[in-house]
Design a protein around this ligand. Sequence first.
Ligand SMILES: [Zn+2]
Length: 130
Amino acid sequence: MGVYDSLHVKDICPNCHEEIEYCFKTKEFGLSYADYYVGDYVDKADTNYFLQVDDDCPKCGHNRVAYIEIKKGQWIRTLSKETLDEELKRVALMKKIKKVESVIAELPEEWIDVVEDHLDYIICKCTGEI
Ligand SMILES: [Zn+2]
């Protein structure tokens, strides 16, 4: 089996609906037998990434895949595949918004009303506000 760290997560099993404690094993952080919980600093490097892990439910055996979000070496939260996909789309969208800011800063005057109309439309669609 080798040397690994354990990431402990209490959650409801999506299959049997029992509250259980997952024990996700990883060799990602180097050679130790450390036990980690959300909020712990797991990676000595000052890096941001998502770590894919999986474990079987101790009650029914259902395999659960999860994604550990690490920001600046700290375990911030644990995501499902669906939540991770949504999060990655959001991150891509935020990068586009940053680009829109720089585009607007140098926008020719004749385009200002067009862009404003489009942004108002998006805001209205998303929030219902006019
Ligand atoms: Zn289960």
